[in-house]
Write a protein that binds this ligand. Structure first.
Ligand SMILES: Cc1cc2nc3c(=O)[nH]c(=O)nc-3n(C[C@H](O)[C@H](O)[C@H](O)COP(=O)(O)OP(=O)(O)OC[C@H]3O[C@@H](n4cnc5c(N)ncnc54)[C@H](O)[C@@H]3O)c2cc1C
Ligand code: SF4
Length: 339
């Protein structure tokens, strides 16, 4: 591992100043992704600024009826919080579907948003990779890409954002609060991660030195009857092949409101707005759920070995929406949701 300097700060402005001072400086939160990448030689910071002593706040209700989640809240604490479980159950389920108990104890909300792709070539410094070394090529397009993206890809990169938490946050219109050298700003979660385009090395719209201070969820009654499901190769300790966070409100047999977001299909959590638009005002039938998924997934451009993800996403959408609106024995019944 390349030698680096370690600094510990307790003030967010000092943290921003310390990282802004060097292009190679990085914030250190739980370290569960950054330190792994340093060991692999993928990340080579010259300074690590430890933010574990900064007071970002916990999980608090906002004046607008939503929740503010401090950037250093651990994944475990987020998943277990009573208000998260009651008002945004898909978020709690998504976080619990990720990693392991030990990792969730160490991993933070801010670090989770910025975890990097699990593309094998990205993690292997002996291989070319446009995300790690711009202009070197993308061996995944012709090589091993079974886990990689089917939506929003470019000829420069087909990596996925592999997280779970972000999928529920995207479905629920969360916002990311940032503090940078130029002051504070807020970015919608759905606009936080970037599609690769010509610059696959840029995962997010974050500027160097900007610190995530919090994530805010709006008041969203529909989210109280939400569900997250993750499809993976084994039932624990594996990244998603495809996942979905879904919420739906049906009155008189007609869809009055609906939220659908997919994970591990693109370089960002994929809010399925075309599917949502299709369903608004439509009868809540299995056939319409499938047509809505087809509408969204028409934009998919699968590679040789990952077309199965499109089928998975379609089936997942139909299954979750049917469960949430369906008969006795379904998720809706288990959660006591009105139909
Ligand atoms: C074996 C394993 C399995 C995993 N499985 C899953 C899974 O199934 N699903 C899933 O979603 N995740 C999974 N993860 C990823 C894990 O959730 C992330 O590693 C973790 O959330 C990162 O958080 P951290 O606090 O440790 O971040 P760090 O590793 O400390 O930081 C990650 C990045 O974020 C930056 N950063 C951290 N905090 C801030 C901040 N406040 N502002 C600005 N920048 C910041 C750091 O500089 C760094 O670039 C897995 C990880 C491992 C090791
Ligand atoms: S898909 Fe992206 S991360 Fe993977 S090798 Fe290609 S450029 Fe690198």
């Amino acid at each position: 591992m390349k030698p680096f300097r370690y600094e510990r700060v307790t003030d967010p402005y000092a943290a921003v100043a310390a990282v802004s001072a060097s292009p190679q400086a990085r914030y250190l939160a739980g370290g569960t992704n950054l330190v792994d990448l340093m060991k692999l030689g993928v990340e080579t910071p010259d300074v690590l600024v430890d933010i574990s002593g900064v007071s970002f706040g916990g999980i608090e209700e906002t004046g607008r009826g939503g929740l503010r989640i401090g950037a250093f809240v651990s994944n475990s604490d987020l998943a277990a919080h009573p208000l998260v479980r009651e008002r945004y159950p898909a978020l709690s389920q998504a976080v619990l579907a990720g990693a392991s108990g030990q990792l969730r104890n160490a991993a933070t909300v801010g670090g989770n948003l910025l975890q990097r792709t699990r593309c094998l070539y990205f993690q292997d410094t002996s291989k070319p990779c446009n995300k790690r070394r711009p202009g070197s090529g993308c061996p995944a397009i012709e090589g091993i890409h079974r886990d990689l993206a089917v939506l929003g890809t470019s000829r420069h990169c087909v990596a996925t954002q592999p997280g779970d938490m972000v999928v529920a946050l995207a479905a629920f219109d969360a916002e990311v609060h940032l503090l940078g050298p130029a002051g504070e700003r807020t970015v919608p979660l759905t606009g936080f991660h970037r599609l690769p385009g010509n610059e696959p090395q840029r995962d997010t719209v974050l500027k160097h030195g900007e610190l995530i201070t919090a994530v805010e969820l709006p008041a969203l009654p529909i989210a109280a009857r939400s569900v997250y499901r993750k499809v993976r190769d084994r039932s624990s300790y594996a990244f998603a092949l495809t996942s979905a966070a879904v919420a739906i409100e049906v009155r008189g047999g007609v869809v009055r409101d609906v939220r659908i977001a997919y994970g591990s299909l693109a370089a960002k959590p994929w809010r399925a707005r075309a599917a949502e638009e299709f369903l608004l005002g439509a009868p809540a039938t299995e056939e319409n759920f499938a047509l809505a998924a087809d509408t969204e997934l028409a934009a998919a451009r699968p590679l040789r070995d990952n077309g199965y993800k499109v089928t998975l996403a379609r089936n997942l959408t139909v299954r979750l929406l049917t469960d949430l609106t369906g008969p006795v024995g379904s998720v809706a019944h288990a959660q006591g949701a009105p139909r």
